[in-house]
Design a protein around this ligand. Structure first.
Ligand code: FE2
Length: 439
């Protein structure tokens, strides 16, 4: 038997024996951008499968190509699958960029350079009206909205993309090769605009290691939670998964909650809220939804909304916290549908008025946008939604948002099934922000 194993093992090595040496993988791939949160900065992240230097060469569009060179660092990421595949994740932060200027760049080393890409440095002015595309639940297989998003991003329609959890389905599968291919798929978006993320349940395997290693979000929490500012908006990204994967540490839930409280306190200091009146959150699993499944958001006692009583100590939920600090807009995914809610708190509708529900609403507004496209297809709705459900669609698609100024924020839903048709839109108008706006 032992002999048989030895023969099989030798046969499996046959290609290596013939070629003598394995291939060298120093060519950069999976290039993507993120915003480190400091005005005038941008972070470039990419992958190689052998160790190389980490360099970005860049310059202003129209000027001499690549007149500036910056070094960064790489980290070794070993996927926890059977093959223990190793890859190097390279990170370089560019700083001192001129706001609203377009830069041309490539990344790599003298052992291999990427294609040439470009990006526009984020404008740090409070008068900036940034445009976003946002969605969750985009996979390697059946990524129906991907081509439209690639085209629109390269046409310059967006300043930032928000991916609200659930990537690739799943990044760890096939020993991380699904993650590699997904990161190659989104390169046509994410190499051109910052791709800001939060973790979803599909990232949980091996304690979210593929998510934490492949993305580069600000805040030194490996992207689990963080906040950043753009134009008149203070963005907060959270991990709803801390309410579900207690095996990775209940302390994560409490640490995130304490951080959130501190961050919201800071965002509500009068001078901060005056400069950035909009407070927008994003997290993967919604606290409300009207889908026909047994997910957390279909339950009145949603963990995300109300917390958990089965932990010691009991874990607080997010609804009261967000309400008490006057969060204006809450972006979610996970349900493979689109749903817009009326302003809601404690399961009750708090419209601004009957005629103008989104003008000076008396509670946060929720959008659930998890229908970008993945192998699990779309979900079904419960035929009897609650009063807070304002509009819903099972079309594949994504959401666009523009934070126009201190009082006006626009949202619209694109149906990919209907060739890019806008099937829903609202203007959220607020003369006043913060907890006093609810009175
Ligand atoms: Fe999910």
């Amino acid at each position: 038997m032992k002999l048989l194993y030895a023969v099989c093992h030798l046969l499996s090595l046959a290609p290596w024996l013939v070629c003598c040496v394995p291939p060298i993988w120093t060519q950069p791939e999976q290039v993507h951008l993120s915003y480190p949160g400091v005005p005038g900065s941008m972070e470039v992240t990419w992958t190689t499968f052998n160790s190389t230097n980490s360099t970005v060469e860049y310059g202003l569009l129209g000027a001499r190509l690549f007149d500036t060179s910056v070094q960064g660092m790489s980290t070794l990421f070993v996927d926890s699958g059977d093959e223990k595949r190793a890859m190097y994740i390279h990170r370089v932060v560019l700083s001192g960029l001129k706001p609203a200027s377009t830069y041309v760049y490539h990344c790599g080393s003298d052992e291999g350079w990427s294609e040439v890409f470009y990006f526009t440095a984020l404008n740090d002015s409070l008068l900036f009206s940034p445009k976003f595309a946002l969605y969750g639940d985009l996979g390697n297989e059946n990524p129906q909205s991907l081509a439209r998003l690639q085209k629109e991003t390269q046409r310059g329609m967006y300043d930032v993309i928000l991916h609200i959890g659930d990537f690739a389905y799943d990044m760890h599968e096939d020993n991380g090769r699904i993650g590699d291919e997904f990161m190659r798929q989104i390169q046509a978006i994410a190499a051109y605009v910052p791709y800001m993320t939060c973790p979803g349940n599909h990232e949980a395997t091996y304690n979210f290691s593929n998510y934490r290693n492949r993305f580069s979000m600000p805040g030194q929490t490996e992207g689990l939670w963080y906040s950043w500012n753009l134009g008149t908006v203070h963005f907060i990204s959270v991990s709803t998964e801390v309410y579900f994967y207690l095996e990775f540490g209940l302390d994560l839930l409490f640490r995130q909650f304490a951080w959130l409280k501190q961050d919201l306190e800071e965002a509500n200091r009068p001078e901060n809220r005056a400069a950035r009146p909009w407070v927008v959150t994003m997290g993967h699993r919604p606290m409300y939804c009207s889908d026909d499944d047994q997910d957390d958001c279909t339950r009145f006692d949603s963990y995300v909304r109300l917390g958990r009583n089965d932990t010691r100590p009991p874990a607080p939920g997010l609804e009261d916290l967000f309400y008490h600090y006057g969060v204006d807009l809450e972006l979610w995914a996970h349900e493979h549908t689109y749903e817009r809610l009326w302003p809601v708190y404690k399961d009750k509708v708090y419209n601004g008025s009957t005629e103008h529900p989104y003008v000076n609403p008396k509670a946060p507004v929720h959008i659930i946008t998890g229908s970008a496209g993945c192998r699990e297809r779309t979900d079904r709705f419960n035929p009897h939604p609650k009063d807070w459900s304002a509009f819903r669609s099972t079309d594949y698609g994504y959401t666009r948002m523009q934070a126009v100024n201190a009082t006006h924020l626009y949202l619209e839903q694109v149906s990919d099934d209907q060739d890019g048709k806008v099937i829903d839109s609202i203007w959220l108008l607020k003369d006043k922000h913060g907890p006093s706006a609810w009175l």
